[in-house]
Design a protein around this ligand. Structure first.
Ligand code: UDP
Length: 327
């Protein structure tokens, strides 16, 4: 039995589908602040509550016989973390500390954590390896790095192993159209671009055209959310197979696309060019962030299936259409 925190949110709801498709028992805990109850399949129990509500969490862990936690709940908007850092240290670090304490008290043996490439800051390398120094440049990245450190220390002191997956730029939606990115007020490029393509916003701002990249715009390693969900399943299997081994792994494809390449792909998908507005750089944006993914490929039998940018965009667009004005 797996407890998925944030299972009503974007990445968590894809992990729930992957676990369910593989036949695992699941219980979701979500406070529904940014998640949606309709994103959780009807046959999966949803506990509406907070990960720091220790009596609730501990009763859930005990009642459901939970053996692993996949922890997605948290706040994810980088600019917001700069203007409201305490929200991030509260939601991402302090509440996760309480969740981990509940897991230790109940004796949950495995913990899988949504970490981020934002823990690396602005690395001056072609491709980021797991041993590239982690120097976050915003409170979001720092709040996640603090959790990596907590997990390392807790796993050394208690009978629990963990896997932290450091996500690069997650995008796309379930290929079968069962879930997708639904939260309003998105800031992530592909989501913003498909909203513009469907007339939900007027234009897309391009944050900086003077980076040291082939076309001057920012380059990122966009990873399809379903491949990411599949990596979580493999992480769970690895933790169960070797209960004394921990993993800290990049989750990306090891290649990058520029902002212009992403917008071109969205234009191709709809045959209707989005209005582009060139604006200055956004504070703290690195020019280029691409994963070295050798470690995950060597550690797990992970076969990315949706690395094609046009497919990522097509799935994001299909979900955005289906979403309509729902969220
Ligand atoms: N970006 C942009 N316009 C937007 C949103 C993002 O030009 O409306 C750029 C951003 O500067 C970066 C890339 O797109 O180079 C990916 O940004 P996103 O916010 O999706 O993810 P991040 O890499 O910041 O986590």
């Amino acid at each position: 039995m797996v407890m998925v925190t944030g299972g009503a949110g974007y990445i968590g709801s894809h992990a729930v589908l992957a676990l369910r498709d593989a036949g695992y028992g699941i219980v979701v805990i979500d406070n529904l602040v940014t998640g949606f109850d309709w994103a959780v399949p009807g046959d999966v129990p949803l506990v509406r509550g907070d990960i720091a509500d220790q009596p609730l969490v501990e009763a859930t862990l005990r009642d459901h016989g939970v053996r692993a936690i996949m922890h997605f709940a948290g706040s994810v908007v980088v600019p917001e973390s700069v203007s409201n850092p305490l929200k991030y240290y509260h939601n991402n670090s302090a509440k996760t500390r309480d969740l981990i304490e509940s897991a230790v008290r109940i004796g949950v043996p495995h913990f899988i954590f949504s970490s981020t490439a934002a823990t690396y800051g602005t690395p001056d390398v072609e491709a980021v390896r797991e041993d590239t120094p982690q120097c976050p440049i915003n409170p979001y990245g720092m709040s996640k790095l603090m959790t990596e450190h907590m997990l390392r220390d807790v796993a050394a002191a208690h009978p629990m192993n963990f896997c932290a997956l450091r996500y690069f730029n997650v995008a796309g939606a379930d290929p079968q159209g069962r879930t997708g990115q639904s939260t309003a007020g998105a800031t992530h490029l592909i989501k913003v671009a498909v909203e513009a393509a469907l007339g939900k916003r007027e234009s897309v701002s391009i944050f900086g055209t003077d980076f040291d990249t082939p076309d001057g715009t920012g380059v990122r390693d966009y990873i399809h959310v379903s491949d990411l969900a599949a990596a979580h399943l493999l992480a769970l299997e690895a933790l169960m197979a070797q209960p004394t081994r921990n993993h800290l792994l990049n989750c990306g494809y090891g290649r990058g696309f520029s902002v212009l390449e992403v917008l071109d792909a969205v234009d191709r998908a709809t045959n209707n060019p989005i209005k582009r507005v060139m604006v200055g750089r956004r504070a703290g944006d690195p020019g280029r962030l691409i994963s070295d993914n050798k470690a995950i490929l060597e550690t797990f039998p992970w076969t990315p299936r949706h690395a094609d940018l046009d497919q990522i965009v097509a799935h994001a667009l299909a979900w955005e259409r289906q979403l309509g004005d729902r969220a």
